[in-house]
Design a protein around this ligand. Structure first.
Ligand code: F0G
Length: 377
């Protein structure tokens, strides 16, 4: 069992909380928005309804300062860029990385340049990049095209790359695995998450391994990586030239961390699996309506995957602990939420009309016959 120590409050952000595990020194300026410390929420409905005996937990990363798990890596990447004297940061992004890069760069007093695929970034994320003051370039191309440009520029100009190719991003993101262990008091049997550019699965696997190497936990989880069927290079074993999915955050055809992600899955005895957009959107709807957890569509991919595997009997009949990372907040993609729901009903500001509409008229307690409250003494 785990020998981890509980954290103190107030929470100080992932670098201070896990300083011993991160490549920072006294001289590193810590650029933080107090990210991390996110809840591990036990599933009330979805987990118990699945075949098998799953104890399912959601690591809800949507409550980070910019609304996604990217803040964990960005606090490290920007702190180290600042320490190195960088003045300009740059990233390619399907939206969440750009939001985090823009926010943390602005805290650090650096200029942030973000390249996003034109027309394929959800409204909430785009509004963040603009609000935090990033120079936002909408590229005529997909994420993979954006990343190729960013790599070429950051290789040749004094501009700090803050995509997950930056090793400090991985260092920061691995703290999510530490938090899972600290909260559970041990390691889950399985860890599920959506996979796009494959940085997060790589980082979690590093985090779990590091806790084990330090003797803080005594086992490792199987890593389960889930992709959208129209953007599933890791499932197909080859790049996808024109990735397509409603889950725009993971609309990626040639993940930068391809090799690392494959290693994580192979070494841990896990797997990659693809889910259709319908399966992803069903999980998206159910997470909010059944569990009260509002995520963006991509973030529901792990839940769709767990459902699929449970239906195939993958988890067996013994009790197993499964953690599923919910990567981003539902407000990131408000258009999708509104599109999937019934339209609000227009009504007059009229009590009787609304009471009638809701069928409440016959349910009102008769206040006239209510007994006065007895006063003692
Ligand atoms: N979920 C969300 C909400 C994401 O934004 C991303 C990646 C992923 C899952 C996949 O994580 O790339 O580490 O495998 N978003 C990147 C971005 C690509 O630019 O915001 P990954």
């Amino acid at each position: 069992m785990a020998k981890v120590t509980p954290h103190q409050w107030p929470w100080r952000g992932v670098i201070e909380e896990y300083r011993d595990f991160l490549p920072v020194t006294e001289d590193t300026p810590i650029i933080t928005l107090l990210e991390g410390g996110t809840p591990l929420i036990p599933s009330r409905v979805i987990g118990p309804s699945l075949p098998g005996r799953l104890r399912l937990f959601f690591k809800y990363e949507g409550v980070n300062p910019t609304g996604s798990f990217k803040d964990r890596g960005m606090t490290m990447a920007i702190s180290k860029a600042k320490e190195a004297g960088a003045r300009i940061t740059m990233c390619a992004s399907t939206g969440n990385t750009s939001a985090a890069a823009a926010a943390y760069s602005s805290v650090a007093g650096m200029t942030s340049v973000v390249l996003i695929p034109a027309g394929y970034v959800a409204l909430g994320k785009l509004s963040q990049a603009l609000a935090y003051g990033a120079r936002t370039l909408a590229v005529d191309g997909n994420f993979d095209d954006c990343l190729a440009v960013v790599r070429a520029i950051t290789n040749n100009y004094p501009v700090a790359l803050v995509n997950s190719l930056n090793p400090y991003r991985m260092e920061g993101q691995k703290t999510a695995a530490f938090e899972v262990c600290d909260t559970l008091g041990g390691v889950p049997d399985f860890h599920a998450l959506p996979v796009g550019n494959a940085g997060n699965i790589t980082a979690y696997w590093c985090g779990y391994r590091e806790y084990k190497e330090r003797g803080l936990v005594d086992s490792l989880p199987a890593m389960l990586g889930f992709q959208a069927a129209g953007a599933a290079p890791l499932c197909l074993g080859r790049p996808v030239e024109k990735p397509e999915t409603v889950a725009t955050a993971i609309r990626i055809g040639n993940p930068a961390r391809w090799k690392d992600a494959c290693q994580a899955v192979e070494q841990s005895g896990g797997l990659f699996r693809a889910l259709t957009d319908d399966e992803i959107l069903q999980a998206y709807k159910d997470l909010s309506s059944m569990e009260g957890i509002f995520v963006e569509p991509s973030s529901a991919t792990g839940v769709a995957g767990i459902r699929k595997l449970a239906g195939e009997g993958y988890f067996g009949t013994d009790p197993v602990t499964v953690v599923c990372t919910l990567t981003g907040h539902g407000l990131k993609d408000p258009d999708r939420a509104v599109e999937m729901a019934e339209e609000p009903e227009p009504v007059p500001a009229d009590v009787e009309y609304i009471v009638d509409l809701l069928g409440l008229a016959s349910t009102r307690p008769d206040t006239k016959v209510a007994k006065p409250v007895a006063i003692q003494g």
